[in-house]
Ligand binder design. Sequence first.
Ligand code: DGT
Ligand code: CA
Ligand code: CA
Ligand code: ZN
Length: 573
Amino acid sequence: MTDKQEIAQILEEMGSLLELKGENPFRIRAYQNGARALLNLDEELSKVIEEDRLTDVEGIGDHLAKSITTLAKTGRLPEYEKLKKSIPPILLEMIELQGLGPKTAKALYQKLKIKSISDLKKAATEGKIAKLKGFGAKTEKNILKAIEDQKTHQNQYLWFDAMEIAAPILKELKELKGVKQAEICGSLRRKMEIVGDLDFLVGSDEPKPIMDWFTSKKRGASIIAKGATKGSIRLHSGIQADLRIVPTDQFLYALIYFTGSKEHNIALRSLSLKKGFSLSEYGFEAKDKKSVMPKMKDEKGFYRSLSLSYIPPELRENLGEIEAAAKGKIPKLIEEGDIRGSFHNHTAESDGRNSLQQMIHEAERLKWEYLGISDHSKSSVQAGGLSEEKLLEQVEIIKKINRAKQFKTHVFTGTECDILPNGSLDYSDEILKQLDFVIVSIHSSLRQDEKTITKRIIKALEHPLTTMLAHLTSRLLLKRAPSLANINKIIDAAIANKKIVEINGSPMRLDMDWRYWRKAAEKGLLCSINPDAHSVEQLQFVNTGVNIARKGWLTKADVINTLPLKEVSKFLN
Ligand code: DGT
Ligand code: CA
Ligand code: CA
Ligand code: ZN
């Protein structure tokens, strides 16, 4: 772990934990100052650690230097874990709430005997907190808001994780007796990068045994609601799953309705009203009671009945798809089968889990025509970045493998080259020139201000040897906010310099965000869908990337790694 921000956060938390313990204020302040010092550090943390210069940094003493080094090297801090275990869990939960510090938490714990967040909520609702000495109505209101905010964040899951949970349930549902149709709906079907819950829809004329099966003890940690045709459970992972069972002849309408989005549904409804029909999850109802909708057998037919061309679920966000479908202008979206290879992949030489040979072997198994290898560059010490010698060694090995035609898959030599804080690249041109392609990306000083970080990335895009930009904002979904980089300016710079921008298929990145792609591609931006694989299994992340490309309205022609080997080689030259 060499992300300064992550380490600073743990130091900050150490301070809070010590405060909860009633420790010496100087010790507490030492951690808070250390956290700040780390965030303000202009240099690469890994470099400072390597050169044993941490204690030279103002605000970092001997003890803290040791803790930071341990965290950077192992990703853990035993002292922190021990301290955490010694504190009542409710206190830890309370300080997780936005704006609620250790002092307040401790006071509430002691004075009101708060034992759970719902105790806290109850006390706040009953006005008990405002009445405490040193507290007031404003604090009470803030606490309530913090509890609400936390709840909304709790019900968020990465698409990939949610799908791994939902897929086997759908499979079992389909095999149940009496189930005629079954589908996953909601944001999961629309391939949103983050989903709130799982929505299952079943068409059946005998719902009872199906609902009993769904809500049976072994499946869920708890039942939230159970009716004859509607049920909700909470699964062991914490995610909520909804099941709706409808008569088979209503399935199509319910499928449209529960796939959503809500905004898309509302637009469909107003469109059908103009045609004299009222649309609901149950079907169309003619306003004059006389006209009837033609019978339709699938979603294509449904959209046709509204004079629209078919709209794939990924596009149903009411972001122009209805207007496009009315003109017959829904593009033919890229599909998994269009992918012929990928560029951004790591081996065990840097922080990957598998060897070069294993990675190529798997790419061959996937029938990829080419595989790009892009291990980290030398400044990414934490990720085992390659020295110049190591990189050139790898290049030689790859050339040999290609020459010997050891695999059906051709291997491109490359790097994921750090964009240093000042915008220059981590290897010299002399080195970069010897590679087939150069990916540039940011792994340090993520918190630069908008102007600095935007300029930094644009400088890297202007470098003549750069091929593509990886994970534009460095965001980690549900974990780390995107950098302040100005995405539109970077899109324009990439187009102007004829550089590719990646869709990173790693489920927690999915960066550049799909909301930018439609317009960017119209302006001429070329995309590469990359798995950013750190193991053989993760090569499949290219498919999560395809989902996002589809949400961004991309076609095969917008994506470089749909090209056959010959053409890609020509492009890279
Ligand atoms: P989520 O769960 O927050 O990730 O997002 P969704 O889109 O899966 O939303 P969810 O689970 O609340 O509802 C599933 C679908 O049901 C939603 O996509 C559209 C439909 N739906 C839900 N509430 C409404 C509503 O108030 N009006 C309309 N027209 N449709 C709704
Ligand atoms: Ca949902
Ligand atoms: Ca739902
Ligand atoms: Zn990478």
